[in-house]
Write a protein that binds this ligand. Sequence first.
Ligand SMILES: *[C@@H]1O[C@H](CO)[C@@H](O)[C@H](O)[C@H]1NC(C)=O
Ligand SMILES: *[C@@H]1O[C@H](CO)[C@@H](O)[C@H](O)[C@H]1NC(C)=O
Ligand SMILES: *[C@@H]1O[C@H](CO)[C@@H](O)[C@H](O)[C@H]1NC(C)=O
Ligand SMILES: *[C@@H]1O[C@H](CO)[C@@H](O)[C@H](O)[C@H]1NC(C)=O
Ligand SMILES: *[C@@H]1O[C@H](CO)[C@@H](O)[C@H](O)[C@H]1NC(C)=O
Ligand SMILES: *[C@@H]1O[C@H](CO)[C@@H](O)[C@H](O)[C@H]1NC(C)=O
Ligand SMILES: *[C@@H]1O[C@H](CO)[C@@H](O)[C@H](O)[C@H]1NC(C)=O
Length: 409
Amino acid sequence: MAVLIAFLLFCGMLRSMAYDNGASLAARPPRGWSTWCTDDICGLLDLCFEAELHAIADAISSPPLSLLSFSLILLDDCWSSVNRSASGELQPDPARFPSGIPALVSYLGDRNLSLGLYTCAGTKTCKYGRPGSAGHYERDAKTLTDWGVKWIKSDNCNTGGLGEPHEYFGNFSRALNATGVPIVFHSCEWGLDNVFSWGPSLTQVYRVRPDHLPFWSFNVPGAYPPGGQGTGDIIEGMANASVTAGLAPYAYPDPDFVMTGLFQTEAESVTEFSFWCLWSAPIIVATDVRNMSAFKASVLGNTEALAIQWDPLLAQARRVRAGTAQLWIKPLQGGDAAIVLYNSMDFEAQNVSVAWAELGQPWAGASVNVRDLWAHKAIATNQAGGLTAPLVPPHGSAMWRISLVGILS
Ligand SMILES: *[C@@H]1O[C@H](CO)[C@@H](O)[C@H](O)[C@H]1NC(C)=O
Ligand SMILES: *[C@@H]1O[C@H](CO)[C@@H](O)[C@H](O)[C@H]1NC(C)=O
Ligand SMILES: *[C@@H]1O[C@H](CO)[C@@H](O)[C@H](O)[C@H]1NC(C)=O
Ligand SMILES: *[C@@H]1O[C@H](CO)[C@@H](O)[C@H](O)[C@H]1NC(C)=O
Ligand SMILES: *[C@@H]1O[C@H](CO)[C@@H](O)[C@H](O)[C@H]1NC(C)=O
Ligand SMILES: *[C@@H]1O[C@H](CO)[C@@H](O)[C@H](O)[C@H]1NC(C)=O
Ligand SMILES: *[C@@H]1O[C@H](CO)[C@@H](O)[C@H](O)[C@H]1NC(C)=O
């Protein structure tokens, strides 16, 4: 009991650390689109030309995708010129953005979308050595906010000699704050250097795992940062409760973007989206939404799963059962819960079961109504004991919303 109380106090303490500067993009778990890894293996063929971005924005802001309330277009390490201007300002690559950034902000604004731009806290960006912001935090904060940018992602490459990450990310955060513009600051620090303790007070969105690569499993022993970069590896990392404990309005632990579907089975795509929603993580998709498979469209278009991401209670998800037949739960506003039944096996389908008793109170001994958030229908009414998800494919998941009917005597 004492341990539980200490844990709850700790969570409450983290919640109160959230950086609420009124940035509307971070009032709820963000939803947006990023250039990074658009239908390629990241950073190679990313869609990052003005005309392409106009077309993406048109698609995201028109039915049916407009139903998903995506509000952000984030340009990753692709938009800036390799040189600062003569007076030292960041400037866009003129071949990619001939009309300039304010014109893009305006194009997006007409479609109810905001622009986010990538920067790096170090001396150069991670790819292609574009200019970093080290030594220019105030100047870059002014340039970017003057352009009308509403979200700054800051990477962590080439930071040798800059001191502790909480100091330089803190300096960048304070420089942005000093502009007076309520902007989202998204730190990309890969879950290192105890970002769990300082991330929520300096940034509204903070990366808590290494870069997501478009593979299921990518965990090279001795790799830095540690923890693995495949979707399955990230799920394992997010099971550690201290990684996600800071979740609160204006404080989102970020497991990185949602894959396009390249190198991903349909089952893996369902599992990825189920977990990102269960965690109330930012949903930043990289898919070419102008031209995606009907299946990927049905995944991104799962408004029942997206409703879990935006559940107002914003409760931390918890892994109840580890191993090859996993069980996770997230309490929801009003007393329901979302659960994910996940088959982590590589090759075999299996039945994955839940006994209500495993979920603790109030579910133990209850009768329960169950709605399948992928089949979009009720699958059990007044169900006692528990329920089995039949033949969940390898790397696949079932996601259910459960409602308490009553306690059986
Ligand atoms: C600046 O920081 C303070 C303290 O966290 C906060 O109340 C305020 O809203 C911030 N303003 C901006 C524009 O970020
Ligand atoms: C960037 O600056 C360097 C050094 O001044 C110059 O050699 C190079 O041509 C410039 N590149 C572009 C694309 O402007
Ligand atoms: C614009 O986006 C905001 C935030 O997502 C939303 O509240 C608002 O309803 C949207 N307005 C229109 C006209 O779509
Ligand atoms: C951060 O700010 C402190 C205090 O002004 C300063 O000493 C330090 O050099 C700054 N570090 C960076 C990387 O900007
Ligand atoms: C959980 O994450 C925290 C923060 O990174 C770390 O200190 C701890 O060792 C992790 N625990 C396990 C069991 O991996
Ligand atoms: C996207 O467009 C390309 C070129 O027209 C086509 O080869 C590809 O199959 C399309 N992808 C999807 C997922 O529709
Ligand atoms: C799944 O459950 C069904 C019904 O109980 C059973 O017939 C089947 O053998 C099970 N399959 C596996 C792979 O366990």
